[in-house]
Design a protein around this ligand. Sequence first.
Ligand code: SAM
Length: 337
Amino acid sequence: MNATMSLENTKHYPVMLNQVLSIISPQHGGTFIDCTFGGGGYSQAILKFPQTKVLAIDRDKFTQKYANILTKKFPKRFNFFQEKFSNLSKVIQKHQKPKAIIFDLGLSSFQISDEERGFSFNSKNFLNMEMGINEHSAYDVINTLDKNHLSTIIKVLGEEKDARLIANKIDKYRRKKPIRTSQELSSIIKDAKKNYNKYKKNPATKTFQAIRIFVNKELTELILGLIEATKLLSNDGMLIVVSFHSLEDKIVKKFFNLYSNLQKNPSRYLPSKESKLSLFKEISKKPQVADIKEIKENIRSRSAKLRYATRDNNSFFYPDEFKKNFINYLEIEGAST
Ligand SMILES: C[S@@+](CC[C@H](N)C(=O)[O-])C[C@H]1O[C@@H](n2cnc3c(N)ncnc32)[C@H](O)[C@@H]1O
C-alpha cells in the first residue's frame, strides 16, 4: 500500500499506517473513528475498503479542506466534525458501534510546515501555536503568565532542566517589550541555555514542546479523550493510540494497565491475577515502533509508539482513579477535575 498522499504538493506520511491497518482489519468492514484526521491519511486508507464507514474529527479548522475531498468521494461513508477529542461523545454515539477508535497524537506535517501557525523555531510570524478551539495563544502564555507558573510548565511539560533559567530570561525580555514571534522566543531560550552548542537538538525544543502542550491542553485532552473513547466502545472494540513523546506514552500505558484484566504478576510462576477494574481484555504489552524503511522516509516516525487495547464487555468505569494519577498535569494545564 502506498502510504503517501499528495495534497496541494505537500507529501504527507501517515505514521505507522500499515501497523494500524493490520490491527483494525478494515477489509472486514465496520465503522471506524479517526480522532485525529489531520491530512486524512488514516481515513482515506480505511475508506479504500468498500464495507467501511469513517467518522473523523479534528480540532483544526484548516483540516476541513482535506475532509471535503473525502466527503465528495465517499458521501455515504465519511463524516467529519471540527471538534476536540475530549468532546468525542458530543458527535459520536455508542449505538454507532465503532469497531476501532484511533488517535495519532501531536501535530500534522501541515501544521508544522505552515510558518503562520508559529510552531517552528524560525517562524517570523505571530507566536500562535494554536491547533484550534483554544482559550489562549502562545503569545498570551509567554507574555502574561506568572513567571513561576511558566517555569513549572517548561519543567514538567517540556522536561527541561533549565526551566527556571529560561522563565527568568523570558520575564526579563517581556518587561521591555512583548515577545511577538516564535523566532524571538527561540533566540531568548538560546540565550538562556548556556553551552547550547553541545545539544544536538535545537536548544528551544523542550520549551517549545512545553508551551505547545500547554496552549492546546494536550495532556488533558489525551486523558479525557481516552476516557471518552472507552465509553463509546463496546465489547471487542479497539482503542489504538500512536504517541510521540514520553509524557503521552506514559498516560496511554498507565490507562491500559490500570484498566486491563491482567494486572502485573508478582511472579511469572504464578497464574495471572484478575483485576476488578476490567475495561480491556487484551492490551499490547510493548509498544510497536516504526520500521527502518518508514523512519528513512519520514524522520518524524522515529519517535512514534503505538499501543492498543481491546474493550471488554465489562461496564464498570472509574475515570477518577485514572485522572488521580495525572492530577499534576491536569492542574498545570488548568483543567478542572
Ligand atoms: C499527527 S496529526 C494526524 C495525522 C493523520 N493521522 C493523517 O494521517 O493525516 C494529528 C492531528 O490531530 C489533531 N488533534 C490534536 N489534538 C487534538 C484534539 N485534542 N482533538 C482533536 N484533534 C486533535 C491535530 O490538529 C492534527 O491535525
